[in-house]
Design a protein around this ligand. Sequence first.
Ligand code: PBG
Length: 322
Amino acid sequence: MFPEERPRRLRQNSSLRSLVRETELQISHLIYPYFVMPGSGIKTEIEAMPGCYRFSIDTLVEDARETFDMGIPAVILFGLPEKKDERGSEAWSPKGVVQKTIAELKRTVPELLVITDVCMCEYTSHGHCGLLKKNKIDNDSTVEMLAKIALSHARAGADLVAPSDMMDGRIGAIREELDENSFEHIAIMSYAVKYSSSFYGPFREAADCAPGFGDRSSYQMDPANKREALKEASLDMQEGADILMVKPAMAYLDIIHILNQEFYLPIAAYQVSGEYSMIKAAAQKGWIDEKRVMAESLISIKRAGADIILTYFAKEYARLKG
Ligand code: PBG
C-alpha cells in the first residue's frame, strides 16, 4: 500500500521504462499487404489509403525487395484481375496476375515469404466471396473452387495460403487438395475469425470488390459474437489450420486475447484498411500524431496476444524502428 508502494519508481526514466517493458513488437512479426494488377510500370496511390498503392508485377517486385530489406519477412498478395465473371475464373488461372506475381517474387526475392489471400470476391462480377446459386452463396461448390485457387497459388510457389472467404469446411478441403498434390509442406493461415465489418471499406475500393447486392453477413461473423469465435477457431484447427487469424484487430482485442489463451497455434491479427485510413485521415488533419498512434495501435494488438500482425503500416513501422 501507499506510501510503501510507488509504481512510479519504475517509470522515472527511459532506461528504467525499457527495463520493465512487457511487450515488444519486432519487425519480423509483420506482414505487408500488396495489391497487384495487370500491366507494367504502374504504381497508383489508393485514394482512401494514403501511402498504399496498386502495383503492376514489375514495380511490385522492386518494392517488395525494399520491404524485405527493411526486415519484413512476409507479404500477402491481393489480385485485381483483368476480367471478372460470375464464377471468378481468373482466381485459379495459372496465368492469373497473382500466380504470375508469386513466381516473379520467388525468382527475384526468394527468401521473402509469399502469402496469398485465397478468396473469390476480387474475381467475381457480383463481388461476393463465393459462387451463387439462385442469388445465394453456395457453400459447398465454393469450397471446391477455393481448394482449386489455393492449389494454383501453391503451384506458382506460394509459401502460405490464407483463405479469407469464411465458407464452412474450406480449411479441410484446401488441406486435402494441397496434400494430394504433394504440397503438404505449404502452411494454411486461416482467416478463422473474420467479422462482417465496416472497417473493410477502403479495401473494397482498393480491390474493387464491394458486393453488388446485399452484404457479407451470411458468411462473415456477427461483430457481437465471441463464443462463436472459439467455435470457428476450433473447427479450423481441427481441419488443419497452422495459424489462426482474427480480423479486424483493434475493435476485436478481446477476441485476439481469448484465442491466444485457448489455442496453441500462432495467432495473427489483421489491422485492416479502415483502421489504417482512420489514423491516416486524422493525422492529415493534424488531429493526432501519426507515428505515435501507429506504434500504440500495433503494440496494443501485440499485447492483446497477436504473434503476427498484418498491417499497411509495416513499412512505416520498420522505418520508425530501424
Ligand atoms: C477478401 C478480403 C477482404 C479483406 C481481406 N480479404 C475484404 C472483405 O472481406 O470484404 C479486407 C482487408 C482490409 O480491409 O484491409 N475477402
